[in-house]
Design a protein around this ligand. Structure first.
Ligand code: OOG
Ligand code: MG
Length: 264
């Protein structure tokens, strides 16, 4: 199995770097969820060996809207690296993505290391700030189709993100309106309550998952709580913004001159 883990990690890494999608593995090479997390780490190790570094983690499928959109009903988590960060308010080139989608998120900045399972009460002592964020997800699988194991192996479709200004206003975060606009039109709207009833609960889950994996997250890390609403496909020239009530806004524009080559 070790050779399979290395082989699949390499194939996923290659797909991400070349922006060429591959077939899902679950159809051919079945692997367990534990092995999927091993593949995820092995593919990240390849990137770290090339000079990237981890900046935190993301949670996925923390809302029903996301679970229903993708047909997966378990919470998952993956790694964020420095090369995934796109400039807030900046211009994004789609060339390095396969079939990117965007979703509204809230992102936390940790103040203390997360090194043990935390309760909801304890979590606020571990958080420095919260920011509105946009996550660009880009499955390395053809047609954005995957099983739970496939998507975990693929680092939970992590590809890009923008983070708006940090805020220390946590009041009302358990039910803050979230609006994502494409070219000024509302594309998705909801509430942070859709994220496990309170996005701070994502940190509770993160602390348990990290503990189970015998890992620690250092102070100063990012934690993306998971999207409150479904993701929407990106296209050349579009302007995307998110507003999280009481927290703030983040936005980006997509370059209009991408050739639009389809890999499907
Ligand atoms: C997997 C990533 C899920 C979220 O916020 O729920 C995720 C996917 O939908 O491709 O990032
Ligand atoms: Mg997400």
């Amino acid at each position: 199995m070790n050779t399979d883990i290395a082989r699949i990690a390499e194939a996923l890494d290659r797909a991400a770097r070349s922006a060429e999608p591959l077939a899902q593995f679950s159809g051919s090479t079945a692997f367990s969820l534990d092995d999927a997390y091993r593949i995820q780490r092995a593919s990240m190790q390849r990137r770290y060996a090339d000079g990237e570094h981890s900046i935190g983690i993301k949670l996925g499928f923390t809302s029903r809207a996301k679970m229903m959109q993708m047909g997966v009903d378990s919470l998952i988590w993956g790694w964020l690296s420095n090369t995934m960060v796109e400039e807030d308010g900046g211009l994004i080139d789609l060339a390095r993505y396969i079939h990117p989608r965007v979703e509204p998120e809230v992102c936390f900045l940790t103040r203390r290391a997360i090194d043990r399972p935390l309760t909801l009460l304890e979590v606020s002592n571990h958080v420095e700030a919260v920011a509105p964020a946009l996550e660009i997800i880009d499955s390395r699988y053809q047609a954005f189709k995957f099983s739970l194991e496939d998507v975990v192996a693929d680092n939970c479709s992590s590809a890009g993100l923008t983070i708006g200004p940090w805020s220390s206003n946590f009041s009302g975060l358990d039910n803050a309106g979230v609006v994502m606009r494409l070219d000024g039109r509302v594309a998705q709207a909801g509430s942070t309550a859709a994220i496990l009833g309170n996005p701070l609960r994502s940190l509770v889950h993160a602390s348990r998952l990290l503990h189970a994996a015998e890992l620690e997250l250092p102070a100063g890390s990012l934690v993306m709580a998971g999207a409150a609403c479904a993701a929407v496909a990106l296209y050349p020239g579009v302007h995307v913004s998110v507003d999280v009530h009481g927290v703030g806004q983040s936005s980006f524009s997509v370059r209009g001159d991408h050739g639009g080559v389809s890999h499907e």
